[in-house]
Ligand binder design. Sequence first.
Ligand code: ZN
Length: 142
Amino acid sequence: MKAFESNGQHLLILKRGERIMDSILKACEEHQLEGGRINGIGALCRPELGFYDLKNKSYIRKEFAGDDYELLSLVGNISLKEGKPFAHIHVVLGDREFQTFGGHLFGAEVAVTAEVSIIPFGSMPIREFHDSIGLDLICRLN
Ligand code: ZN
């Protein structure tokens, strides 16, 4: 991973084989980012996505076996969950038939490259568990 910084904005360039979630969290820790807005493009392999089933308060998880999906859109944010930086990321992916699909990103490896921008908020959003929803939701800024 290469990391560039300009005007307080961060650009991460990930290589083939790197874990995208781990890389984003590592960059947040190294640069001590206080929250942030994330977006990115590139290509991913073996993505594990989730769909939140509110009725059952759990994610339906699916790992896609393919080793080359266009990362058409990655959007997300950085917050603090249980005292640790947490990246909440959603993706839209495309396959070679030009079909798209997407969901909550649990993990994936970079297939070709990933170009990820992070714009810090300057203060950390804090997540707390909401029993009625079954998830840690952003409730305030630090
Ligand atoms: Zn999500």
